[in-house]
Design a protein around this ligand. Structure first.
Ligand SMILES: [Zn+2]
Ligand SMILES: [Zn+2]
Length: 499
């Protein structure tokens, strides 16, 4: 089986990229006989191997990897990630060890200086840069030791800008080391001398960084302490021993076949096997210890996390419950207040309603009464008018009846007259008929005169009883209207009568 580490080389300012991770196969480390071999195998400088610091309670994050993680390598072994060391040109590339690297100093303030030796030494172990007291600021800037021109001008132009420096720029005798931290042993009144005897009113930043690191810091973190007598780091021996347990791979066999069989090489191999046997025993002990430690650590972590989660959960639950109860109470109070308000409003409305009803009833009654009175009066007035009108009509009808009666009587009389007239006309017609029948000739005006056929009936054909009277009447008329020709002419006896 083999694994590919997902890691890609990452770039860092001013340096080359980190070499990428390799596959791991059991037995692939069997050809490694020294630190140089291991450095070559990983593709890193030898000094990167020297600064490796295994984390015995932390297995490599890569699945099924048999090795432990190392410091500053994001919980991976050196095979599965290669980022535990600073790249050339970046802060700490002198590689004094993990405590000088960024991962051990996250968040700490970095030295403001421009010195290469400071940058190469790395991050000051276990603490931030020291804030320079304001009284010492000008002296520090005046030494001309720490800053390039641009930064120096920046500090001079901005008097309020604080300067921060790593303790290694100062002499040991001007510093105090207490509770694993360095600080100034600074007093305004004192005079401070550098190595050449030059005097300053504050601690001078003239010390050699390399010397300070060598004398004060490396003594506590020397890699040699971690090494066995074979000249190989103990952890590397352990790695090789672990890898050797499964050395039946093709690669392992190939290395075996190509091995140098000279007495010197054989001797070295014997030494190596002895070392491996020794380390195997140690490794086994260590492994048991590590396993127990890992298990214990995991259990402890698990228990802690569980407890933390439970506490978090309980706290959240409690808070939620409290919030809920508070809201519930607030709601209840609001409800109660609303109910009270509602009741009061209802009561007030009821009262208002009753009063309004009462007032309306009164108004209604009064209006009704007033209307009734008006109605009665109007009715009475109308009745009177009606009666009078009726009376007048009765009089009219009576008058009309009387007129009709009179007219009826007149009509009857007229009818009677008509009937009489008819009688008269009939008599005259009959007479005329008889006269015609007896005479046998047309009637003449002469017939009205005595001896004439109509002499006895003159009044029926003229306005007078006799023809003589008629003549006289015509004569008078002729005299009155003498200017008229036909009336001035005397009536001739043979002129036909006017009928
Ligand atoms: Zn690994
Ligand atoms: Zn510095």
């Amino acid at each position: 089986m083999s694994y590919i580490t997902p890691l890609k080389g990452r770039r860092s300012e001013g340096g080359s990229s980190y070499p990428s991770g390799e596959r791991y196969e059991p037995g692939m480390l069997s050809a490694i006989k020294s630190e140089d071999d291991f450095a070559t195998f990983l593709g890193v400088q030898k000094k990167c191997i020297e600064i490796i610091e295994p984390m015995n309670d932390q297995p490599c994050k890569t699945k099924l990897c048999p090795f432990v993680a190392i410091k500053g390598n994001n919980k991976h072994c050196p095979i599965h990630r290669r980022t535990w060391f600073p790249l050339p040109g970046t802060r700490g590339d002198n590689m004094h060890g993990p405590s000088f690297f960024r991962h051990a100093n996250v968040g700490g303030r970095i030295c403001d200086c421009d010195q290469a030796s400071c940058r190469q030494a790395g991050y000051f172990p276990n603490q931030s840069a020291l804030a320079i007291p304001k009284q010492a600021r000008d002296v520090i800037l005046g030494t001309g030791m720490l800053f390039l021109e641009e930064k120096l001008h920046d500090f001079v132009d901005n008097p309020e800008k604080r300067i921060y420096l790593y303790p290694w720029h100062f002499f040991r005798r001007h510093l105090t080391f207490k509770n694993r931290k360095w600080s100034f042993k600074y007093n305004d009144d004192n005079i401070y001398a550098d190595e050449e005897g030059k005097k300053f009113p504050c601690p001078p930043p003239n010390n050699s960084v390399r010397r300070f690191v060598a004398e004060e810091l490396l003594s506590t973190t020397s890699p040699k302490d971690r090494w066995t007598t074979t000249g190989m780091p103990k952890w590397l021996m352990v790695m090789l021993a672990i890898d050797d347990n499964e050395s039946d791979s093709a690669l392992s066999k190939k290395v075996e076949a190509e091995e140098d069989m000279s007495p010197k090489a054989m001797q070295m191999k014997v030494e190596l096997h002895r070392a491996r046997a020794h380390s195997l025993k140690e490794q086994l002990d260590e492994k048991v210890k590590n396993s127990d430690a890992i298990l214990a650590a995991v259990n402890e972590r698990h228990a802690k996390e569980k407890l933390a989660w439970k506490e978090k959960h309980d706290a959240a639950l409690s808070e939620l419950k409290q919030k809920h109860e508070k809201e519930l109470k607030a709601n209840e109070e609001q409800l109660k207040a609303n109910e009270q308000t509602y009741k009061e409003t209802l009561k007030a409305n009821e009262q208002t309603y009753k009063e309004t009803l009462k007032a309306n009833e009164q108004t209604y009654k009064e209006t009704l009464k007033a209307n009734e009175q008006t109605y009665k009066e109007t009715l009475k007035a109308n009745e009177q008018t009606y009666k009078e009108a009726l009376k007048a009509k009765d009089a009219d009808i009576s008058a009309a009846t009387s007129v009709i009666h009179d007219q009826k009587e007149t009509i009857e009389r007229l009818n009677e007259m008509i009937a009489n007239l008819d009688e008269d006309v009939k008599e005259k017609a009959e007479l005329l008929k008889q006269l015609r029948a007896s005479g046998g000739r047309p009637l003449k005006f002469q017939d009205l005169f005595d001896g004439g056929m109509l002499s006895k009936n003159v009044k029926n054909f003229t306005f007078f009883h006799t023809a003589k009277q008629n003549d006289l009447f015509l004569e008078v008329l002729s005299m009155v209207f003498s200017t008229h020709s036909w009336q001035s002419r005397p009536l001739e006896p043979n002129t036909p009568a006017c009928f």
